[in-house]
Design a protein around this ligand. Structure first.
Ligand SMILES: N[C@@H](CCC(=O)N[C@@H](CS)C(=O)NCC(=O)O)C(=O)O
Length: 243
């Protein structure tokens, strides 16, 4: 059965396009892949999308009649369904799974909030933003120091192998400049970011939805579009609690 991937050019979305490219790099034979772009200006709220993802966020994977939500659960699903070094299936999976949860419970929400307050939210004053900015900014730096600690022990986040935990975490940390989280005091983390960026599967995965010359540095026009789109998503006005 084909893999139906509902995603978009965002950190959580790129996790999946990177994973699929890394599986190909690992020599895994994949079924047909159909990628459907979720337009975050409203498609996430349509009945059609809510039927596969009641949480109204991207990404979603539909495979063998099952719909899987949450980017890290999708990474685990792909890792278990198509075995490779990216997700150990023996006891060693317990080195990886906690870090996948760690990303989704910490890095994603904290970097996401820091980014929103730094770049997107326009329906709050600077005074209102000051406390969350400080809180998420400090917490983001604390999380970066956790990554640094891990990298003192081994080359990747949870061991000597590059895994889904690196993919998930990297997708947020790579945009540290855009989120204004200064990781440069941690050279090991900067080196890890650059090393993973150099992987061919990562290059192809993050190319999804982005012009070739804007993969690492958005043009002014793209920044403007992201800011506008991000404001719509981050605004309290867009929250729905009427399912
Ligand atoms: N915990 C979720 C978070 C998903 C998420 O927040 N996705 C963002 C894009 S990176 C989204 O769809 N935002 C749209 C919205 O909030 O309306 C996951 O890891 O899949």
């Amino acid at each position: 059965m084909s893999l139906e991937v509902h995603t978009g050019p965002t950190p959580n979305g790129w996790k999946i396009t990177i994973m699929l490219e890394e599986l190909k790099e690992a020599g895994v034979e994949l079924p047909e892949i159909n990628v459907h772009t979720v337009d975050l200006s409203g498609h996430q709220y349509t009945e059609e999308y809510i039927a596969i993802n009641p949480n109204q966020k991207l990404p979603t994977l539909v495979h063998n009649g099952r719909s899987i939500i949450e980017s890290c659960a999708i990474l685990q699903y792909l890792g278990e369904t198509f075995p490779s070094h990216l997700f150990p299936t023996n006891e060693r999976r317990w080195d990886v799974i906690p870090w996948l949860y760690w990303q989704s419970a910490n890095i994603g929400p904290v970097f996401g909030n820091k980014l929103s307050y730094t770049r997107y939210i326009t329906d709050a004053t600077d005074k209102q933003k000051a406390h969350p900015m400080e809180r998420f900014g400090k917490e983001a730096l604390r999380l970066v120091s956790v990554i640094d600690y891990q990298l003192t022990k081994h080359a990747y986040l949870c061991g000597s192998q590059y895994t889904v935990a690196d993919i998930a975490t990297w997708c947020w940390v790579r945009s540290y400049k855009w989120a204004k989280v200064d990781i440069t005091t941690k050279p090991r983390v900067v080196e890890w970011v650059n090393r993973i960026r150099g992987r061919p599967g990562v290059e192809r995965g993050i190319s999804f939805g982005v012009p070739k010359d804007e993969i690492d540095k958005f043009s002014k026009e793209r920044r403007r579009q992201y800011k506008k789109g991000g404001d719509g998503v981050a605004s309290n006005k867009s929250l729905r609690s009427d399912l």
